[in-house]
Design a protein around this ligand. Structure first.
Ligand code: PLP
Length: 371
């Protein structure tokens, strides 16, 4: 008998969450209203961010953050050469000129030595991605580099809600930071995102851009800047608010699954610094397709995802140089199921199936978790 399918990233939505959404709908507030404010306030209180504004996705949160820190069409922003397409698209789609910096092979994050070399007179900003929740000393280092070079930086903490370094929450290190609430994340509203910052002028510009360019226009009937409608709503906020209040339990659930997998796969499983589990469960092999297919045969939804950004036809123009570490990840990384709905039994089944696939896991996975 075929065992039940374990999807790549199934959300975990216990019944209390559906109750919160139903109650919200019954309240009659379904647009941007008090629950949207309460959800933003809860993220602020949880992360220690001074300001938080919600928007429709993590991608849009990045575009809003870029506008809020003062970037304008034509400006150059440095981004990692490997990862989800959302990060670079968020900037290119609003007319910025992204340029790629290779990643550190061990961490999956932008290599900061290469960043130092890549900063040019025309560079206006940097976007550092906390890859899969990766934090650590490099957050202090990028802050130092950008301060020294007079550059604002956006911390793409889309995957890093809950991760801390020396007690400070990922997302709050950058000039502005963002979170995503898409389906695979530890907290999901289906779609959604947030911009956080310690700077009140940046926060006001973000809030204004999200709501037609002016914080007062509903009172004054005057719009002083151009913006658009990227506002969140109370139905999705109820979904998110119920989860942020239980974030510790959600993080614990993910840690538990990760530790089961780690017990089976050891250091060949990607890890991040600190006590939290990475968002993704990643292994590396010279035979990624064979591993994905063997896991598929065991009813497990593993995938190869993400690639060197310059391999996408849309970003062919950035292929004028090589990004060897991004290429290694592209060629070798396999993403095992990591959804919040996974149970420790699922994690055990996944780990055993990886071993049973008879595929050698490669040295490239010798990344560390400092504990
Ligand atoms: C690193 C990173 N940045 C940005 C995003 C974009 O977030 P969203 O899917 O909410 O637009 C994602 C989404 O997966 C992500 O992983």
């Amino acid at each position: 008998m075929t065992p039940p399918f374990i999807p790549l990233a199934e959300p975990w939505l216990p019944p209390g969450i559906a109750d919160a959404v139903r109650d919200q709908i019954r309240s009659g507030f379904v647009g941007p209203g008090p629950r949207t404010q309460a959800f933003a306030d809860a993220i602020r209180a949880t992360t220690g961010a001074a300001h938080c504004h919600l928007t429709t996705s993590g991608t849009i949160a990045l575009s809003v953050a870029a506008h809020a820190i003062g970037l304008r069409p034509g400006d150059e922003i440095l981004v990692p050469a490997y990862g989800v397409i959302s990060t670079i698209n968020a900037f290119a789609s609003v007319g910025l000129r992204p340029r790629l910096v290779d990643i550190d092979r061990r961490t999956g994050c932008m290599d900061l030595d290469l960043l130092e070399e890549a900063i040019a007179p025309g560079t206006r900003a940097v976007c550092f991605v906390n890859f899969s929740g990766y934090t650590g000393e490099n957050l202090r280092r990028i802050a130092e580099i950008c301060a020294r070079r007079g550059l604002p930086w956006i911390e793409d903490a889309a995957c890093a809600l809950g991760h801390r370094y020396e007690g400070q929450w990922a997302g709050t290190f950058g000039t502005a930071g963002i979170y995503s609430f898409s389906v695979p994340k530890v907290l999901t509203t289906g779609q959604g995102g947030a911009v956080v910052t310690a700077d009140s002028a940046i926060a006001d510009r973000a809030a204004a851009f999200i709501d037609h360019g002016d914080l007062e226009w509903r009172k004054t009937n005057l719009n002083r800047e151009i913006g658009t409608n990227l506002r969140f709503n109370d139905v999705l906020a109820a979904l998110g608010h119920a989860q942020v209040l239980e974030l510790d339990a959600r993080l614990a659930r993910r840690r538990q699954n990760y530790l089961v997998l780690r017990e089976i796969l050891g250091e060949r499983l990607y890890g991040v610094p600190g006590p939290e589990a990475p968002l993704h469960n990643i292994v590396f092999t010279d035979e990624p397709d064979r591993l994905v297919s063997a896991l598929g045969g065991a009813s497990i939804g593993a995938v190869r995802q993400y690639r060197t950004i310059s391999q996408h036809p849309a970003y062919r123009a950035l292929a004028d140089r090589r990004f060897p570490h991004a290429d290694t990840w592209t060629d070798q990384a396999v993403y095992l199921p990591f959804g919040m709905a996974m149970t420790p039994d699922d994690a055990e089944r996944v780990g055993r199936a990886v071993l049973a696939a008879g595929v050698a896991l490669s040295e490239a996975a010798q990344v560390y978790q400092s504990g």
